[in-house]
Design a protein around this ligand. Sequence first.
Ligand SMILES: Nc1ncnc2c1ncn2[C@@H]1O[C@H](COP(=O)(O)OP(=O)(O)OP(=O)(O)O)[C@@H](O)[C@H]1O
Length: 306
Amino acid sequence: MNAAVSVNNLIKNYGTKKAVVEAVKTVSFDVLPAELFGIIGPDGAGKTSLFRMLTTLLLPDGGYATVDGFDIVKDYKAIRNRVGYMPGRFSLYQDLTVEENMQFFATIFNTSIEDNYDLVKDIYIQIEPFKKRKAGKLSGGMKQKLALSCALIHRPTVLFLDEPTTGVDAVSRKEFWEMLKRLKQQGITILVSTPYMDEAGLCDRIALMQDGSILSAGTPQQIIAEFKEPVLAIKADDMYKLLKDLGGYALIKDVYSFGEYHHAVMQDVFDETDLCHFLERKNNYNVTIKRTTPGIEDRFMQLMKN
Ligand SMILES: Nc1ncnc2c1ncn2[C@@H]1O[C@H](COP(=O)(O)OP(=O)(O)OP(=O)(O)O)[C@@H](O)[C@H]1O
């Protein structure tokens, strides 16, 4: 099957020769048609630079890529007609109403809301009651739905969503991912970037990105399976002291905060009772230790430290 997006050793640098920022460093990956592909990485990882190159808004400094079979440099006009792009910020005209924003984006692409209503209906219906309201006066979740509707109005084959759920409440985030699943079922290829690890599991495949490089790519299950060491979830009354003390235990390879627990990556052979006694001797109170299944975040931490 031909890839919907094919990225080969793509490079983006900013700045001058003296002070170069290597935002994207020889990145390669493929996305299949109708795949939901996530680029997962913290702020500054290079996600926006990558998306802006693939949507032809930024020229690469090296490598090449195709979107829907078209070259991102030579065939930029064809690509612009085929992709939908929802940037992290500023994609809407705040002074235009919901309806006017939709009409504006439809007009740019020489189409109309009516022509493609079936594609955006599910999403647009939720904001239609506010169609006379200015975009600037919408809640975060509603802005996000409007931005997605605008990015879809010309029926793109590939959709790029740059951190679409940043600053959006938990319920709207969940609804948003359900919308993405439905769009995928309609055959749209979706590339979505996010700093949230919990969203990685909702993608068909993901690439973990940091400092301009892809550290690992595959299905969420494949990435989790790369993590081989045993992990313990540990908590006590004073979590700060606990973290420091865990760092001094010989059989712990790595330890970091993880929600209400700390995660300790253990050597293959260890004894939980011995660890508990060690922590109690150091005056940690109400210590709880339990074996836990590693997730994508654990693998990311491991890759970042290597
Ligand atoms: N126009 C620019 N000039 C100089 N450096 C830039 C420019 N744009 C981005 N950078 C730098 O390139 C690196 C990658 O930034 P980029 O915005 O692509 O990452 P990101 O993963 O999308 O992060 P964020 O969510 O913070 O935007 C960062 O170090 C950033 O400071």
